[in-house]
Design a binder for this molecule. Structure first.
Ligand code: TLP
Length: 346
């Protein structure tokens, strides 16, 4: 059988020889005692890159987002976010379970909330109501198909948050994708928020790990919460070394993933039965809507492509998702398009 073209997610990447060498040679200590030099280096490095005072290394993006929510809120508070965002839909009710907050989910514009959308939801200070405390944004937006949050829109939300003494958290799992696609530094966005989650294990290609960055006091609180959740890790410098390698070597190449995603979207664009929008493919995620008129349903297409070693993921009713990453190249994309063409155009 031919090599699998795994487009299920950018989480599937495997560490290559150079990253494995960095892992093997990592200097380690006990990070719960705060003396793993490689973790300390990664935390300093990432904090500097995103223009924040401090950063914390966590096992996953989910733990990073949920730790941030707990650190920013009190039980009973309200958070505002886009209705399709990851921390509301795909983190196993984390806000309810860990932070005991209620979530007001608002329909954003391609996943982005505007200042007005937020302002309208902020509650008066009144003992009958929850206290609106935190706004959570996502960039790039996964469900919206890797869409980039316009800086000016985020600036507007940030101003409203400041005016109402709300905190602002950014799920920047794929923030470097946004920066590379726009050709601007990540600080254009991070300077507008109080905290940011950055995933090392997605397009950046590390096997495990996410970073939470923010002010020193906030990160110290987050360190306690991480420990309480069981996320205090010991000789975790071996993973931090992979993160450092990823930050040093895998950021500019995200442009290749974006070009491959666009190539895929353009290749699928005119296939009968599919609704794919190349002009909306801004980064490394391609949303494939399977029309009612298609000869195969989304579920059937997923299975038939898998038989041909092309793996996509189901992404809601009649929708499939393809994500490009450092383990797929242009030739793989052309093979994936060809497999779809053979199935649908026959
Ligand atoms: N997203 C995964 C799935 O959970 C859907 C994927 O394959 O895209 N924020 C965003 C925007 C994410 O897309 C994800 C993972 C996370 C947070 C959580 O990261 P992990 O998987 O490390 O907990």
């Amino acid at each position: 059988m031919s090599r699998k073209i795994d487009l299920r997610s950018d989480t599937v990447t495997r560490p290559g020889p150079a990253m494995r060498k960095a892992i093997a040679e990592a200097e380690v200590g006990d990070d719960v005692f705060g003396d793993d030099p490689t973790v300390l280096k990664l935390e300093r490095m990432l904090a500097e890159m995103v223009g924040m005072e401090a950063a914390l290394f966590l096992p996953s993006g989910t733990m990073s987002n949920q730790t941030a929510i707990v650190a920013h809120t009190q039980p009973g508070d309200e958070i505002i976010c886009d209705v399709g965002c990851h921390l509301y839909n795909f983190e196993s009710s984390g806000p309810a379970v860990h932070a005991h907050v209620i979530v007001t989910a608002v329909e954003g514009h391609h996943g982005a909330l505007t200042a007005d959308m937020v302002r309208r939801r902020i509650r008066p200070i009144n003992m009958h109501q929850p206290r609106t405390r935190l706004v959570c944004l996502e960039n790039t937006h996964n469900r919206a198909g890797g869409r980039i949050y316009p800086v000016e829109l985020m600036r507007g939300v940030s101003t409203v948050a400041r005016e109402h003494e709300l905190r602002l958290h950014l799920d920047g799992a794929r923030l470097f994708n946004a920066a590379i696609a726009r050709g601007i530094p990540v600080t254009e966005w991070t300077s507008l928020v109080d905290s940011v989650n950055i995933c090392l294990s997605k397009g950046l290609g590390a096997p495990i790990g996410s970073m939470l960055a923010g002010p020193v006091e906030f990160i110290e609180r987050a360190r306690w919460i991480r420990k309480r959740m069981g996320g205090g890790m010991r000789q975790v410098g071996i993973l931090a070394a992979a993160g450092i390698y990823a930050l040093q070597n895998h950021i500019p190449r995200l442009a290749e993933d974006h070009a491959n995603a666009r190539r895929l979207a353009e290749g699928l664009f005119d296939l009968p039965g599919l609704d794919v929008r190349p002009q909306e493919t801004e980064t490394n995620i391609v949303i494939i809507r399977v029309k009612e008129t298609s000869r195969y349903s989304a579920t059937e297409l997923l299975a038939l492509l898998a038989e041909k070693s092309v793996l996509l993921s189901a992404f809601g009713e009649g929708v499939l998702r393809a994500v490009t990453h450092l383990d797929v190249n242009e030739a793989d994309i052309d093979r994936a398009v060809e497999a779809c063409r053979k199935l649908l155009a026959a």
